[in-house]
Design a protein around this ligand. Structure first.
Ligand code: FAD
Length: 411
C-alpha cells in the first residue's frame, strides 16, 4: 500500500538527508533507508561554497552549522616550493554572492542534518536497511531492504538513489558497471589545532600545487581541528572511506626535493591517515526511469579538485524537492524535470574538476607557466572565474533571510 506523498530515499549521506529535509518542508513524508547500522560523524573536511550554503540556509541548517563551521578569509594558493601564487578572497562571499563560504567537518554537517531530521515527524530514518532490489508498479515503487538489521519492504511514490559512489540503485537501474578509478588517492586526516604552527590555524583554505600531487588544509570544528587532505597520482585502489593510510606512503608522494619543508613538516605530523581512492564516471545520459532517479555521487561522482562533490549533491536535493513539489500529482514527470534541470550543470562541474586535476598536478616547465599566469591574474580574477559555480541559485522557495556573515563560525 503506497501512502500518498511518501518518498523513499536510499542513503542517509549528505545528499539523502538534505533531500529529506527539503521534501519534508514541502509537505512530503520521507522514508530514508540507510545501510549503516550506526551513523557516526565520519570523514574529514568538506568545503561548502555559496551555491551549497544557500540551500543549507534554506533548510534551516545555518544556526547549528555556522557554530561548528569555519568561515575562511581566503584560499591561499602556493606551489610545492612554497611560493605564493594567489590569494582568492572568498571571505567576501556574503557580499559578492549573498551567501557564505564555509568549511566544515563532514561529520559535523552530517550530524546537523541528522539532528534536523530528528525534529521532523515526517522524516523516518531506517538504519540497517540496505536497499537491494525494487519493483515498479502502478502506484509507485516498492523497495526491498536486505538488512543487515531490517529485512522488509517499503513503498512510496518514488525512489531516490542517494546511495553514493557505489550506488546499488544505479546498478539496478542501468547495470552500467562500477564507477571508474581515477588513478588518484586522497589521504585524509585531522590534527588538533594546537599541534600545528599558528600560521596553519588561520581561517584560510591552503592549497599547494605540485607535480603529480597536491595538498589542501584548513581549520574545521570551529577552528579546533585542522583538516589535511593530500592527493596524489596513485593506482592502488581501495574501496570505502575508512581504509588506513601510512605516513610514509604520504611523504613518498611529497618528496623533499620537490616539496617545501613547511608542507612536509605538516604532512609528517599525523600518525594516522585514512586513504580513499577517487572515482569518476562519464556524464550519464539517463539519470532515472519511471518512479526512480539518482542524486549526488550515485549519478555524478565529482573529483574533489573544485571542492564541489557535496555541493552538487546539495544542489540536486534542492532542485529535486522543488520539482516534486511543483508536480506532486505527476511524480514521474517531476523526476524527469529534475533530471533535465541538473544534467548540464553537473556535467560542467565534473569537467571543470577534471581540468583542475591537470592544472594542479603539472610538472615543469608547464608548472612555471601556470605559476606565472596565476600570479599575473591574481586572486580576484581567479575568483571571478568561479562566479558561474558560486552564483548558482536554488529554486525561489529556498530564499531565506540574510545569512550569517563572516566570522560567525570561526572559533
Ligand atoms: C563515510 C563517508 C565519509 C566521507 N568522507 C568524506 C570526506 O572526508 N571528505 C569529502 O570530501 N567527502 C567525503 N565523503 C563523500 C562526500 O560526503 C560525498 O561525496 C558527497 O557528500 C556526496 O554525497 P552523497 O549523498 O551523494 O553520498 P554519500 O555522502 O557518500 O552518502 C551515501 C550514503 O548512502 C549509503 N548507502 C550506500 N549504499 C546503500 C544502499 N544500497 N542502501 C542504503 N544506503 C546505502 C551510505 O552508507 C551513505 O550513508 C564521505 C562519504 C562517506 C559515506
Amino acid at each position: 500500500m503506497v501512502e500518498s506523498r511518501t518518498i523513499l530515499i536510499a542513503g542517509a549521506g549528505i545528499g539523502g538527508l538534505t533531500a529529506a529535509l527539503a521534501l519534508a518542508d514541502r509537505g512530503f513524508r520521507v522514508v530514508v533507508l540507510e545501510q549503516a547500522t550506526r551513523l557516526e560523524p565520519t570523514g574529514a573536511g568538506l568545503q561548502l561554497s555559496p551555491n551549497a550554503t544557500r540551500v543549507l540556509i534554506g533548510i534551516g541548517a545555518a544556526p547549528k552549522l555556522s557554530a561548528v563551521a569555519v568561515t575562511p578569509d581566503v584560499v591561499r594558493v602556493r606551489n610545492a616550493q612554497g611560493d605564493d601564487l594567489a590569494r582568492i578572497p572568498i571571505g567576501n562571499a556574503p557580499q559578492r554572492y549573498g551567501a557564505p563560504y564555509w568549511v566544515a567537518h563532514r561529520g559535523d554537517l552530517h550530524s546537523v542534518l541528522l539532528e534536523l531530521c530528528a525534529t521532523r515527524p515526517d522524516i523516518k530514518l531506517v538504519l540497517g536497511a540496505r536497499v537491494d532490489e525494487y519493483a515498479v508498479h502502478a502506484n509507485g515503487v516498492t523497495v526491498a531492504s536486505a538488512g543487515p538489521t531490517v529485512l522488509g519492504e517499503f513503498s512510496g511514490l518514488v525512489l531516490i538513489g542517494a546511495d553514493g559512489v557505489w550506488s546499488r540503485v544505479r546498478a539496478r537501474l542501468f547495470d552500467d558497471g562500477p564507477a571508474l578509478a581515477a588513478g588518484r588517492t586522497a589521504w585524509r586526516t585531522l590534527l588538533p589545532a594546537e599541534a600545528v604552527a599558528p600560521e596553519h590555524r588561520a581561517p584560510t583554505v591552503n592549497l599547494w600545487l605540485g607535480r603529480g600531487a597536491h595538498l589542501v588544509h584548513y581549520p574545521v570544528r570551529a577552528g579546533a581541528m585542522i583538516n589535511l587532505v593530500a592527493i596524489a597520482e596513485d593506482d592502488e585502489i581501495v574501496t570505502g572511506w575508512s581504509a588506513p593510510g601510512l605516513r610514509e606512503e604520504v611523504l613518498e608522494h611529497f618528496p623533499a626535493h620537490r616539496w617545501s619543508a613547511t608542507a612536509r613538516d605538516l604532512l609528517a605530523r599525523p600518525e594516522q591517515w585514512l586513504r580513499w581512492s577517487l572515482h569518476g564516471r562519464p556524464a550519464a545520459r539517463h539519470w532515472g526511469r519511471g518512479p526512480v532517479t539518482l542524486l549526488g555521487d550515485a549519478v555524478h561522482p565529482t573529483l574533489p579538485f573544485l571542492a564541489q562533490g557535496a555541493a552538487m549533491a546539495i544542489e540536486d536535493a534542492a532542485v529535486l524537492a522543488d520539482a516534486l513539489a511543483r508536480r506532486p500529482d505527476a511524480p514521474q514527470a517531476a523526476l524527469r524535470d529534475y533530471e533535465s534541470r541538473r544534467k548540464a550543470r553537473t556535467a560542467g562541474i565534473v569537467r571543470a574538476a577534471r581540468r583542475n586535476d591537470l592544472v594542479y598536478h603539472l610538472g615543469q616547465p608547464a608548472a612555471a607557466l601556470r605559476d606565472l599566469a596565476m600570479r599575473t591574474i591574481g586572486g580576484e580574477t581567479v575568483l571571478a572565474r568561479h562566479d558561474w559555480v558560486y552564483e548558482w541559485q536554488p529554486p525561489a522557495s529556498f530564499a531565506t533571510p540574510s545569512p550569517p556573515t563572516q566570522g560567525d563560525g570561526v572559533g
